[in-house]
Design a protein around this ligand. Structure first.
Ligand code: RM4
Ligand code: MN
Ligand code: MN
Length: 426
């Protein structure tokens, strides 16, 4: 299913008066406070977030998986779904593939489809956290960290294969997330598995094309419950440094122990020029993969405040690769992703409203109360009219969710694909 521009713009018409009023009110207020509204609109409109191919079906837990009707059964359909989201929101201009869940049969054909929907290929994701049916050596006791040479070599080769496939598609980066670790004390020698992981990553790094980046993701626990080899940003940062200048740390919001100060991690990595990728989601307890901004919106704003600061002040850090990494059980995945995109852009817009000069001044004067006021002033601004304007100017929907429901997209997808389809993925 493909949404054409006319369907979207004709639905926009009915809500324009309301939008104009609220936008003018906000724009006036912001201009009076000294903000450059046009510049903010441009930045917000340009902010694109990749959608991972595994987020388009209903996710599962280890207790079960409930299909969501009309799920995409093929890679083509997954790409079409991202195309739908992008047509409505104009903020999801890329797809991130997970291999081997989404190996294209014909790379050229897939590339053409993606291009026709105005999408690009973001980072490629390798998978050595599951055994595949035709696989010779198991990852049960680790992959890149494995003390079994055959498993380790196979995992290295898989990553190299993913890079080669990504080259055909026009991707420019590889994200490595490892489940490697141990579930019981004594099971692994910490130094041996870390050393093996470092050696393996270096071998993969060596095959990276000149204009590619390697993103090293970390996670404190799960599926292993005693130790994870790349457990935190420090370990990832150390490994990235051991690999070289094209290797970076990837921060996934759900991969921290409760109450970790993620904004401080962001600031540290950007200062060192090593924040390469970013996975958005939200969580209450662990790697919950909930809708972005649904649990801790203020934390997300504080994180964006550091991201904005870093993008403006740290030329040593490349522009990060943004991706939503969420997938869960009960919502329509497309609706969920649109909510996440809205939350991301909203936090970004609010962070752009932080009066950096006044904040610097208040920090210098140790006026702690004022520092907090400055942040809250930005956070409490209702930026929704700004997001609407940025979207509509780029040809998207005034209200993507409302338009999606009005156009009965899910019903049409079910008619087209059937009720009992099941997407590959978790
Ligand atoms: C992991 C991690 C990775 C993602 C997989 C599916 O927890 O977040 O980024 O590729 O899940
Ligand atoms: Mn992730
Ligand atoms: Mn995760």
């Amino acid at each position: 299913m493909i949404l054409n521009k006319e369907q979207i713009t004709s639905h926009n018409q009915s809500n324009f008066d309301k939008h104009d009023q609220s936008f003018d009110f906000l724009a006036n207020n912001l201009t009076n406070k000294g903000h450059d509204v046009e510049n903010i609109l441009k930045k917000v409109g340009d902010f694109q977030v990749a959608i991972p191919s595994w987020a388009l079906g209903a996710g599962g837990t280890r207790f079960g998986r409930f299909s969501f009707h009309g799920e995409p059964g093929t890679l083509e359909q997954k790409i079409e779904d991202v195309g739908l989201i992008h047509a409505l929101t104009k903020s999801a201009g890329a797809i991130s593939l997970h291999i081997p869940w989404d190996v294209p049969e014909d790379a050229e054909k897939i590339k053409a489809l993606t291009k026709s929907l105005d999408l690009k290929f973001d980072a490629m994701n390798s998978n050595t956290f599951q055994d595949q049916p035709d696989q010779k050596h198991s990852y049960k006791f680790g992959s890149l960290c494995s003390t079994d040479d055959k498993s380790r070599e196979q995992a290295i080769q898989h990553n190299i294969d993913v890079i080669r496939l990504g080259e055909k598609l026009g991707s420019k980066s590889l994200t490595v997330w490892l489940a490697d670790g141990s579930s019981f004390p004594g099971q692994n020698n910490f130094q041996t598995v870390l050393k093996n992981t470092q050696d393996s990553l270096q071998q993969i790094y060596k095959t990276l094309p000149e204009d590619w980046k390697l993103f090293i993701e970390y996670k404190p626990y799960e599926p292993n419950f005693y130790s994870t080899v790349i457990q935190d940003w420090g370990t990832s940062f150390m490994l990235a440094n051991e690999c070289g200048p094209k290797a970076y740390t990837l921060v996934d919001l759900g991969h921290h122990l409760p109450n970790t100060n993620i904004e401080q991690i962001v600031a540290t990595l950007m200062m060192k020029g090593k924040l390469g990728g970013f996975h958005f989601n939200d969580s209450k307890y662990g790697d919950d993969d909930l809708t972005v901004g649904s649990i801790k919106p203020y934390s997300l704003f504080l994180i964006f405040n550091e991201l904005v600061y870093g993008m403006e002040n740290n030329p040593q850090n490349p522009y990060p690769a943004w991706m939503i990494d969420a997938s869960h059980n009960i919502k329509d995945p497309l609706e969920d992703l649109m909510q996440s995109l809205e939350a991301i852009r909203s936090s970004y817009a609010k962070a752009l409203l932080v009066d950096q000069k006044a904040l610097r001044e208040a920090q210098k004067n140790h006026d702690v109360t004022l520092c907090q006021e400055i942040l809250q002033e930005a956070y409490l601004t209702d930026v929704r009219p700004l997001l609407e304007r940025a979207r509509v100017s780029n040809g998207g929907a005034l209200n993507p969710l409302d338009t999606y429901r009005h156009l009965e997209v899910r019903k049409k997808l079910v008619d087209e694909r059937g009720k009992h389809t099941m997407a590959t993925g978790l």
